[in-house]
Write a protein that binds this ligand. Structure first.
Ligand SMILES: C[S@@+](CC[C@H](N)C(=O)[O-])C[C@H]1O[C@@H](n2cnc3c(N)ncnc32)[C@H](O)[C@@H]1O
Length: 228
């Protein structure tokens, strides 16, 4: 399927797939959306827990923007970042993506390209504190004996991928979350919220990124442990 580079309102790029009528990010700003949905509403909340290492699972590696922003935001904190992706983007597209330039972190461009070039299915130390594991598998077939503190759920919209926003998929993700772990997504549709609740999540609607009134944050709530 053809993938095209596109600019968004904050100047950062996204990718569109005309055949599916989808883009990887909001037209109101790819970086602003990722920062708001995944970093501010997700990573910051987990960082409050002062864990020795944060274990993150991402659905949809795509441009690697969430991974790059997480690496920057996590600073010296140890992060294990596992990301699932069925259709990796080409090296040609990676080199054109302007995230490091817009973030005024051109020094990180080689490291960003390393994230994409690194082998799949292996634990790769991108820095001393950031370990990346890219897995070339479909979320539907995802199983893990590991537990994660935070899930970035970044599939295409339910209109384009209804099979991924189901109770069954969220039950599987619930089962791999640590107690009081969090799943965040840009979507706020009530059908999605209900599927999450049926899977056992406690779900809250919180203010969305620019151009979206709301988004969802879902918890594997454990009343025994203090929740932050
Ligand atoms: C909305 S894009 C977001 C990508 C990424 N987080 C980013 O910031 O660029 C969704 C991504 O999920 C991938 N994807 C779609 N269906 C998938 C599936 N069933 N399992 C794993 N990845 C999938 C797509 O190829 C795409 O890269």
């Amino acid at each position: 399927m053809e993938r095209l580079l596109q600019s968004t309102a904050d100047g950062s790029h996204t990718i569109s797939i005309p055949a599916m009528e989808v883009t990887y990010h909001s037209k109101h700003g790819a970086i602003q959306e990722s920062n708001h949905v995944f970093l501010d509403a997700g990573l910051n909340k987990i960082a409050d827990m002062n864990l020795p290492e944060i274990s993150i699972l991402e659905m949809g590696f795509g441009t690697g923007l969430n991974a790059l922003l997480t690496l920057i935001r996590s600073g010296k904190k140890s992060v294990r970042y596992e990301s699932l992706e069925t259709f990796p983007i080409s090296a040609g597209i990676v080199q054109q993506l302007n995230y490091c330039e817009i973030l005024e972190r051109r020094d990180l461009q080689p490291l960003y390209e390393n994230m994409h070039a690194s082998p799949w299915e292996s634990e790769i130390s991108i820095t001393d504190t950031f370990v990346l594991i890219k897995r070339n598998i479909n979320l539907i077939n995802f199983h893990s004996d590991r537990k994660y503190h935070l899930i970035y759920f970044d599939a295409f919209a339910p209109r384009a991928q209804p099979e991924l926003w189901t109770e069954q998929v969220f039950s599987n993700l619930f089962s791999v979350l640590e107690p009081n772990g969090i799943l965040v997504t840009y979507c706020s549709k009530s059908i999605v919220r209900k599927a999450m609740q049926a899977a056992g999540f406690k779900v809250e609607k919180i203010p969305g990124p620019r151009g979206k009134r709301e988004m969802l944050r879902a918890y594997r709530y454990d009343p025994i442990l203090p929740s932050k």
